[in-house]
Design a protein around this ligand. Sequence first.
Ligand code: NAD
Length: 452
Amino acid sequence: MYVVDPTTEERSEIPETPVGAIPEQLELAREAAGPWGLMPAAERAAALLPLADALEAHEEELARLTAKDMGKPLATARKEVLRTAGGIRYLCRMAPEWLAPEVTDAGPEAGYTEFAPLGVVGVITPWNGPIWLSTVSLLSALLPGNGALYKPSEHSLRTGMALARLCHALPGLPDGLVQLVVGGKDHGRAVVASDVAMVALVGSTAAGKEIMKTCAGGLKRVSLELGGLDAAIVLRDVDIPAVARKIVRIHCANSGQICCSIKRVYVERPAYARFLEEAAAEAGRVRVGDPHDDVDMGPLAGAFQLEKVEAALADAVRRGARVLTGGRRLERRGFFFPPTVLADVSPEMDLMNHEPFGPLLPVAPVDDWAEAVRLANAARYGLTASIWTNDASLARTIASRLDVGVVGWNAHGVPPLGAPWGGAKESGIGRTRSREGMREFSNVKFVRIPAV
Ligand code: NAD
């Protein structure tokens, strides 16, 4: 298959895994998963821990592959590698505790609950955080004792292949436990249709719906970490210029291509004009350019992303949105699109209902927080949201009314590892990266001990 460097638009060919080989790969993973699943969790964690050192040792190589695959600025890609190494150490430290059998007081009979492996998990990942998301997903499957059919995104293949090589080189990991499937959506479909015990997808809501339908046939487990249309609710009591600048920077990270980027902003009416002025000024200061240079934003990941962003913008403008900054692709080779702040947006616009997954920041005025909550909850997505206020008690009240998986107070996005991660509504099913998450990749088995 062909992959395209989003900075240079250069095409390269990468050999695919034959789809027909997937059942055989599944068998190999299953054979390896047998003894792996019987090992104590602490031994499995010890076998996976050296992956952290391996990532650090390959930091530059992995960062450059990421930049070439999907255009992430090198400095950010290096941070992603190091953050992932830290994440591996954390998950390997915590997993034995999270997976330890628990004595349960089950009334007259005693017993214990153990967290047994499921078998082989189809681990299907996206391109936007190719090291972090793939590694965390793989560890979610492997630490509880499962094997993995790992299908990285077709838009971050070189990075995914490098990560698989590092896994394969781990001396403590049984041969065959992690099987790499190189290919596109049809390869993902073949993984889902194979006899895996569970499918863990990090990807779009559309893919999640299709996967869930297929999995229904065999009642396979799913873990679905899907898209978001995250709202930031800004109340008038905060330092508006400072919050506007922060929100623009959060939004622009990874060129707006993060599941939990801020994708809608609701500002209390008295602060609306000031917010827009400062947001537009900050967006103008964002440096967009070659990811190998000192920039804040690289290109979008590909032509497919550019088309999505341009279509969402055209729809918004047609329906009356006002473009304050950006608004058109850069006139140069590569899929570059600048941060685009939009005013006068309305609820029926596409970008207020479907994730555009790019640097479009619509800002709408609201009469009060209750209206902001109503509009935030009107979306079919429910990944994360944030509340910007100095009133702690009001922040809690608003948090309790938002239909999302994670709420930030004067902060937005991913919580620290260990906190349950996942979405509400069409942003997904299940939680990962935590005690709850690790157990979702396990068969929760109760063993009865007869009373004597
Ligand atoms: P995508 O759904 O197009 O692809 C993700 C992966 O799924 C790829 O490996 C792809 O080949 C595979 N795939 C796609 N359709 C499939 C199908 N029908 N059956 C099996 N496999 C299939 O998403 P993307 O463009 O790679 O990633 C962006 C999306 O991922 C955005 O919606 C973003 O919000 C979401 N995302 C969510 C999280 C989260 O934690 N909730 C994190 C990152 C990205």
